[in-house]
Design a protein around this ligand. Structure first.
Ligand SMILES: Cc1cc2nc3c(=O)[nH]c(=O)nc-3n(C[C@H](O)[C@H](O)[C@H](O)COP(=O)(O)OP(=O)(O)OC[C@H]3O[C@@H](n4cnc5c(N)ncnc54)[C@H](O)[C@@H]3O)c2cc1C
Length: 472
């Protein structure tokens, strides 16, 4: 007799998004079930953000807002109290500690899972997805294929897309998260390209490892704002337009709201935080031309205000600037020339071209913004086969509200491929932080459960129909 195997859900990517999807499936998904969690780094539960071991790399959100479960908002606070004797509120703890937290949730969930549920961790880099009747076969850079009934893409943000400056050895670091230990050699003058939160992390690590000058550059020449100390209440959002509007209408609305709230004694940061839950609604009310204008013209200004750094990190940057150890340049990168062991970085500023000599350049230019130009073999393959389609602006993939992906053949999801996190940016915009992804992980697991149960009862109906057919 042929024994039917358990349905298999494969999850590509074991950062926060993939790991929490696995956790929800193991806790409350259908039975029997095999969950295959696949991660190229071999580190399960950390992803790019929480793999760092540098204690200077802090969360940019206070502990009270970082629970992995939306239904248990103080879950992380309770874990911190048990593990680290957390003192006081509104703490910004090390991101590596947050990685320990997610890893421990996965381990505990696996220990407590029903015997009908199996978690398989696979270290590997998925490069191709081959549809085979009711299944998918996943192909890796190395090793045998894996078959699954459902597939979840939890691959995080796209790698940054910037001009290549040749083989840099350890002199040109194209992706600091993929190349750990960029502070070696320690005493080497460094230019950091980009001034977002990734750049801030790199500067903090460099500052601990020597005395050489650090030059940070970006078009605007400004770091993100810092949070105000303490746990703060977001200000409710203004009334939003009910019809699609252009970007100037939304900008005016937000600016007027900030001014009005300032008159009532509220800080602008609390107004920005109050917009967070309604950002997907605001995004959906923007005309496509407005969305495009936002991405090309306003992105950096928004990100500096929305993704702020911990107060202690802001203070440390201030000290480094005051000491002259760190300096900033506003301008765009014009080129990098190599002269023996030295690099010459050319920067076009308002005052003309400036050259900065250094021994190393680290690119911290953020994630790519056009999935159609992604260098991920997996995404390229999925798009080529039309198993998924990019949204209009190419910010992510088209999906329904549960994260079920829509393929190139129709307007309805097939219910077999799902995604969450950054790949939903085109539809939601605000979809890259724990606050949003923890809800998506629960919802994707629920939708997977529904889809597997429907399949099972469909198969059951088919079998019953066959049995009840009169024998000719
Ligand atoms: C430096 C930094 C700091 C942050 N700090 C905060 C914070 O304080 N608070 C907050 O809420 N959010 C923060 N974030 C946002 C963060 O992105 C989310 O919180 C969350 O970690 C995103 O998780 P993810 O699983 O979607 O993506 P990722 O963490 O990027 O995980 C995706 C995983 O998929 C793997 N992968 C990709 N492609 C493949 C493939 N083909 N095969 C196999 N594996 C693959 C990658 O190796 C990676 O581990 C931060 C982000 C960064 C980069």
């Amino acid at each position: 007799l042929e024994q039917k195997r358990s349905p298999v859900v494969a999850i590509v990517g074991a950062g926060f998004a993939g790991t929490m999807t696995a956790v929800h499936l193991l806790r409350s998904g259908p039975e029997p079930l095999e969950v295959v969690l696949i991660e190229r780094s071999g580190k399960f539960g950390r992803g790019v953000a929480y793999a760092t071991k540098d204690p200077n790399h802090l969360l940019n959100v206070p502990v009270e807002l970082m629970s992995a479960f939306c239904e248990q908002p103080l879950h992380f606070v309770a874990w911190m109290n048990r593990q680290h004797d957390l003192r006081g509120s509104a703490a910004f703890v090390a991101r590596g500690v947050y990685g320990d937290y997610i890893e421990s949730i996965l381990q505990e969930t696996e220990r407590q899972a029903s015997p009908n549920k199996v978690l398989r961790r696979v270290k590997g880099d998925v490069v191709r997805v081959i549809p085979q009747q009711e299944e998918f076969a996943l192909e890796f850079t190395h090793g045998p294929r894996i078959s699954c009934d459902r597939l979840v893409l939890a691959v995080g943000p796209m790698a940054s897309q910037h001009a290549l400056y040749g083989e840099g050895g350890n002199q040109i670091v194209a992706d600091p998260w993929a190349e750990p230990g960029v502070s070696d050699p320690p005493d080497c003058p460094t230019v950091v390209v980009g001034m977002g939160l990734t750049a801030v992390d790199q500067i903090l690590s460099l500052a601990e490892s020597g005395n050489a000058p650090i030059v940070a550059m970006s078009r605007g020449g400004r770091f993100p704002f810092a949070h105000l100390p303490g746990l703060r209440l977001p200000v409710p959002s203004p009334v939003l337009p009910s019809e699609p509007v252009g970007l100037p209408v939304i900008e005016r609305l937000v600016c007027e709201h900030i001014e009005e709230m300032a008159r009532q004694g509220h800080d602008w940061r609390d107004v920005i935080d109050g917009l967070r839950p309604v950002t997907p609604v605001i995004w959906s009310r923007l005309l496509p031309s407005g969305q495009r204008a936002f991405v090309t013209e306003r992105l950096r200004a928004w990100e500096r205000r929305r993704h702020r750094m911990a107060p202690s990190v802001g203070k440390r940057l201030g000290e480094l600037l005051d000491q002259g150890r760190l300096s900033t340049v506003a301008g765009s990168l014009a080129g990098i020339d190599r002269a023996h062991a030295e690099l010459q970085v050319a920067i076009d500023t308002d005052a003309g071209r400036r050259r900065v000599a250094c021994g190393r350049v680290i690119f911290c230019t953020g994630s790519g913004m056009d999935i159609r130009r992604s260098e991920s073999p997996l995404l390229e393959d999925l798009l080529d086969r039309r198993l998924v389609v990019a949204d209009e602006l190419g910010l992510g993939l088209r999906a329904d509200s549960s994260g079920a992906l829509i393929d190139g053949e129709g307007s309805q999801p097939t219910g077999r491929l799902f995604t969450l996190g950054a790949l939903r940016r085109g539809e939601l915009w605000e979809t890259t932080a724990v606050g949003e992804i923890r809800v998506q992980a629960r919802d994707v697991a629920l939708a997977l459960g529904r889809s597997l149960t429907a399949d099972h009862s469909g198969a059951h109906r088919e079998r019953t129909a066959l049995l009840s057919r009169p024998i000719p």
